[in-house]
Structures are given as C-alpha cells and as structure tokens.
Design a protein around this ligand. Sequence first.
Ligand SMILES: Cc1cc2nc3c(=O)[nH]c(=O)nc-3n(C[C@H](O)[C@H](O)[C@H](O)COP(=O)(O)OP(=O)(O)OC[C@H]3O[C@@H](n4cnc5c(N)ncnc54)[C@H](O)[C@@H]3O)c2cc1C
Length: 429
Amino acid sequence: MDADIIVIGAGLAGLQAARRLQRSGRRVRVLEAEGSVGGRVRTDRIDGFLCDRGFQVLNPAYPAVRAWVDTDALDLQRFGVGAAIRDRDGISVLAHPLRHPRQLPGTLRSPRLDPRDVLALSRWLGPTLLRATVSSRSAADAPLGAALDHAGLTGPLRRHLLDPFLAGVLAEDAQSTSANFVRLLLRSFALGAVGLPAAGMQALPEGMAADLRDPVRLSRPVRSVATRADGVTVGTDHGPLHARAAVVAVDPGAVPGLTALPAPPMHGLVTWWFSAPEPPRRGRFLLLDASGAGGRPAGPVQDTAVVSEVAPSYAPADRALVQATTLRPAAGEPADEQAVRQHLEHLYGVPTRRWELVVRHDVPHALPAQPSPLVDRRPQRIGPRLWVAGDHRDTASIQGALVSGDRAALDVHAVLDGAAPADRDGPRS
Ligand SMILES: Cc1cc2nc3c(=O)[nH]c(=O)nc-3n(C[C@H](O)[C@H](O)[C@H](O)COP(=O)(O)OP(=O)(O)OC[C@H]3O[C@@H](n4cnc5c(N)ncnc54)[C@H](O)[C@@H]3O)c2cc1C
C-alpha cells in the first residue's frame, strides 16, 4: 500500500480531510493537479499586489473556522461590519452599531432603516441569530426572494443593502438560493468581522497544508479511481497508487470525471482588480450601489472595495488596490472593462482613466448552487472504500468545504476501524 488513504485534491475540503486523518493516526497522501494548494482559494502576486483568484473573504465566525483554523496566525485584516451605499444623494454608511459606534448617528439617520423593514428582518433572522445552531434541514425553506417577500421585507433595507450584497455573496441575483442557507450566512456575517489574511487568502490553505507530515504532491492530476472491496487504485501519470480508501475532494466540475456523480450546477463571478494612484475612497466598508432604477445597481458592479484600505499588505505603499465584482451569467457574455470602469466612476465619483487593470479573474464555477430546500449534509460515501468531499456536499462556502472534508475523514476512519459509520455533523453553521 502506498498510503492508508489517498486524498485527491488539495482545496480546503481535501486539506481538512487529510489533517483529520493524520490526527487519527492514518498515513495520508494528498495528490493535487495544480502547482499549488488551495483550489478556489488562491492568490496571485502581481507587481507587488495580492489578488485573490476571485474576491473572497474569510469569516472567523464560521464554526468550522473557529474550530480548525488559527486565524491569529493569518493576521486577518478586517472589513467593517456593514456597508457603504451609493444612492442618488451620495454615499452613506450603514454599520453594526456595537462594532462601529462612531457610525451610529449616520446609521440611525439612514433612510434604509425603515421600521417595517427592521421589524421584518428581526422576525426573519432573529431566531437564527439567537440560537447557537439551526436545524436547517428540518426548518421550512423557500427560495430567498419568496422568503423575503413573505416576511414583508420589501423596502429599502432589502433593496439597497440586502439584495446587492447577497447577489455578490451568492453569485446570483435571481434570489433562488435557499433562504435557510442565507440565514446561516447572515448569522456568520453578524457575529464576525470578515477579513483578509495579510499574505492573501491562499495563506489559509497553505497553513493547513503545512500541518501535513507528508507534503501535498503538487502537479499530480489523478486520472482514474478504481474501487475494490478492500481498497482503491488511483491512476496517475506516474503509475497506479494503492490505498485502503480514497477521498475525492476535487472541484465540483471534476467530480464526474472520477466518480459516477453528476456535476452540480454552479454560479460564476468575475473579479476586476485595479491599481489606482490613490484610494478613491477611505474606509473599510464594502461599497454597494442603490442608485439605479428601483434602488438596484446602476451598472454591472455588484460590490466593490478599496481592498488596500482594509488590507494594506495587498498593495505596494504608493498604490491603492480596488476590487470590483460582477456576476457571471450562465449564458451570454460578462460585463466588459469599459462598462465596469464607467460604473466604478459613478460609484466612487472619480475618474478611472489613470487606473490600471492588474488582473481580471473570471471564475465561471465559483459556487455550487444552493437551492431551496437546503440539503447541507449530502451523502459522502459512494463506494465501500470511496468518499467524496467538497463544498458541493455541504454548503457553498469555506465553512461547507471544511465541514465536508472533516466529515468524510471521520467516516473513513470509522469504516477502516470496522466501526459503524455515524451521522457526523461537524460544527454546524
Ligand atoms: C470567486 C469566489 C468567491 C468566493 N467567496 C467566498 C466567500 O467570500 N466566503 C466563503 O465562505 N466562500 C467563498 N467562496 C467559496 C469557497 O472558496 C469554496 O467553497 C471552497 O474553497 C471550496 O473548496 P473545495 O475544497 O470544496 O473545492 P476546491 O477549492 O475547488 O478544491 C478542489 C481541488 O481539487 C483539485 N483537483 C481537481 N481535479 C483533480 C484531479 N483530477 N486530481 C487531483 N486534484 C484535482 C483542484 O485543483 C483543487 O485544488 C468563493 C469562491 C470563489 C471562486
């Protein structure tokens, strides 16, 4: 045997599975197709800028992050909890009153704090906020849009803040995502201040990989997995490898190539990273646009931030780094650079002529769709000695990927020990 268990894929799910198996005393080998670990959580270093491969943030309030990630070692640089919103009158900030007491007068004056909306939001989200865990499987669920309508959350708080913010987070603006999933996400956003590791998001998987005694084998794409009653044979360009079990922790699009499972539907995002001579706006808040018709964005940018204001390590000292995120429609072309620049000029109120595009990350398969009703613990054992793990088996998030990897590993360990597999939940959102 080349190892007790072979883990295929060194994204967050594969790395967490490998760490858990190693901790259980198993010999683990991780094979990764790419030249670095992290999968969808990677960072490009370009001319002194750190550009994550698609703007994303680490939420230290995710239960799995609290349990398994040393966020102190990552030196998180935190966003403000709230958002800056542009409307026809200018930009105003709506911030968490306890975390940003200095913003309180502005927040209280905000036209978004319509009392009917506040009451409807409290009723809709309150129980999730107050309970330590949510039985999301059993709670009644609905598509987000219908659930918000039903809750009576139909005013400016929704249209100007929640709708544009959630479209960027969920990578879709049809609001077909499970409302229960969104409640869990909002709970984490309310409880923690999201941030960026000083060395870029890829520092998260790199830190996890550094825990492994047997280093991840990079540039080792797995071509096939054959299961036998007592083990697996994994086909690689360097010949077959044998193990007692395997965890297929590849990205959702690669799952059908190695298993009989179909590829889950995915949503896409495009992130534009611009270098600017000076910050177009000060402060640590995400900027949203409510200045278009019906309070919707007046252009393709779903959210934007002066990332170097939040994370100075992301840019050289004499430049500012601005991210702009646009949705990537399943059909048709994503927005072009001119449209994005025009929208950014409108949002920040400054010309973007002297801004340079550092890189554009087009990620058509960013997040698995998470429709209603929420199924957040999909079966992972797909053969006597074969498991599958990844965010597509849990929730479409860093939390989901970590929990899925851990859950698969606990199950593998129990099966190899001859113990009956149990329902292993991991730390719930
Ligand atoms: C643009 C963007 C923004 C996001 N924003 C957030 C956010 O703000 N908050 C949040 O919680 N989540 C966010 N996410 C989601 C989060 O990044 C993912 O849920 C998580 O990283 C998925 O991890 P994974 O291990 O399941 O899969 P992946 O990261 O896809 O890892 C799969 C790994 O398998 C490897 N692989 C594939 N085929 C093979 C093969 N044949 N052999 C060997 N290796 C193989 C791949 O190279 C990859 O390294 C975002 C994602 C994107 C793309």
